[in-house]
Ligand binder design. Structure first.
Ligand SMILES: NC(=O)C1=CN([C@@H]2O[C@H](COP(=O)(O)OP(=O)(O)OC[C@H]3O[C@@H](n4cnc5c(N)ncnc54)[C@H](OP(=O)(O)O)[C@@H]3O)[C@@H](O)[C@H]2O)C=CC1
Ligand SMILES: O=C(CO)COP(=O)(O)O
Length: 341
């Protein structure tokens, strides 16, 4: 089929960078956002100073605050608002959509009722439409500067995978494909928790060995959780798993890392969120994953430690130190199961 027109729902940094790539690739891209001043500045000055300061956007990119102008007839609709607003926002335009229009989530979060990932929420609202997930190590501000990056389009629909690869690929953005929607999406949501923990470790001036141990044990913990949820942990070896975990655990551009860093410096969670002024999905994801792990008896010491720090004021240094006193464990549990140690 091929994509000629696209709507991008959300005026933040990732929505804007996605819309800009589409426009650069000669796709008629219309971004929907709720702030008229930002819409005007995208249309007239071709900038989004609030979320991508200093980045010149493609003049053909249009922005609107009228949802029907964006979504009616669009071949694909990218959903790029924070997870807590996804259901409300997409339900608001459901009556305008026909079954051949595809929806692709870029949102990395969880809906607490039913522990749903965003493509599952989209499927509930649009049961007849093709659905996909875009996820990977994709710091919006780097992509906006056209630094090389890779991502993953996950969908059970091979036409949609191919269409999105064609629509978004360019000389600085490479789009790989997967048919494991749940695995790709779960990796994108979970890694935000560990970016917060890595922020603690960085703020406390801990060593490079410590940082490496945290990232690797984060992968072990994510994989254990995925396995318990019936997902395929092998998907975590790709860009949407290891790739995204590494970038968000290492980069001060990551909002989740920055929340952890601020808490590691002794700030409260409220102060950290207020200073950030953008979404840090990991804060809510941590609450929901911690509850799920407790209910299901999944061993997640980093999640449990991070939760105590964010919500009960525990010492952030104890999260890394907690690993040193845990029960003797296997390095790669899929190779050496716990009961065989
Ligand atoms: N930024 C990044 O590097 C990446 C982000 N992501 C994911 O993409 C999603 C969006 O992130 P990002 O663009 O960075 O977020 P930002 O914090 O940069 O922006 C959020 C955007 O969503 C809008 N928004 C929030 N709530 C609503 C609502 N109820 N109705 C309409 N618009 C709303 C905000 O509008 P307003 O300004 O009016 O508040 C703003 O335009 C997140 O899940 C994130 O994890 C994925 C890959 C990379
Ligand atoms: O998901 C991201 C990079 O892939 C963005 O991470 P933050 O939301 O922590 O900034």
């Amino acid at each position: 089929m091929g994509i000629r027109t696209a709507a991008i729902i959300g005026g933040g940094s990732f929505g804007t960078v996605t819309a800009n790539i589409l426009a650069d690739n000669n796709i008629q891209a219309i971004q929907w956002l709720r702030n008229q001043d930002i819409a005007d500045s995208i249309n007239q000055q071709h900038v989004n100073e609030q979320y991508l300061p200093g980045i010149a956007l493609n003049p053909s990119l249009k922005a609107t605050t009228a949802i029907e102008e964006a979504v009616v007839g669009a071949d694909v609709i990218f959903v790029s608002v924070p997870s807590k607003s996804v259901r409300d926002v997409i339900s608001g335009f459901a009556h305008l959509i026909s079954p051949q229009q595809a929806l692709v989530s870029t949102t990395k979060g969880i809906e607490p009722d039913g522990f749903l990932l965003m493509s599952q929420v989209i499927r509930e609202v649009f049961p007849d439409n093709p659905v996909g997930v875009l996820s990977g190590p994709n710091l919006a501000k780097e992509i906006a500067r056209k630094e090389l990056a890779g991502t993953v389009i996950a969908s059970e629909n091979s036409d949609l995978r191919r269409d999105i690869q064609e629509a978004l690929s360019c000389d600085y953005f490479r789009v790989y494909a997967s048919n494991d929607v749940y695995g790709v999406e779960l990796g994108g949501a979970l890694k935000n928790i560990y970016a917060i923990v890595s922020g603690f470790v960085a703020a406390l001036g801990m060593g490079e060995n410590t940082k490496s141990m945290i990232i690797t044990r984060s992968l072990a913990e994510m994989s254990r959780f995925a396995d318990a949820m019936g997902a395929n942990p092998l998907t975590f070896l790709g860009l949407s798993g290891v790739g995204d975990l590494v970038v968000t655990c290492m980069s001060p551009l990551s909002r989740n890392f920055r929340v952890g860093y601020a808490i590691g410096q002794g700030k409260t969670l409220d102060q950290a969120i207020e200073e950030l002024g953008e979404v840090a999905e990991g804060v809510n994801t941590l609450r929901y994953v911690r509850a799920k792990a407790e209910d299901s008896g999944i061993y997640m010491p980093l999640v449990m430690g991070a939760y105590e720090c964010l919500f009960h004021g525990a010492d952030p240094g104890m999260v890394a130190r907690g690993l040193m006193t845990g029960e003797h464990a296997s390095d790669v549990e899929f190779a050496l199961p716990k009961h065989e140690i």
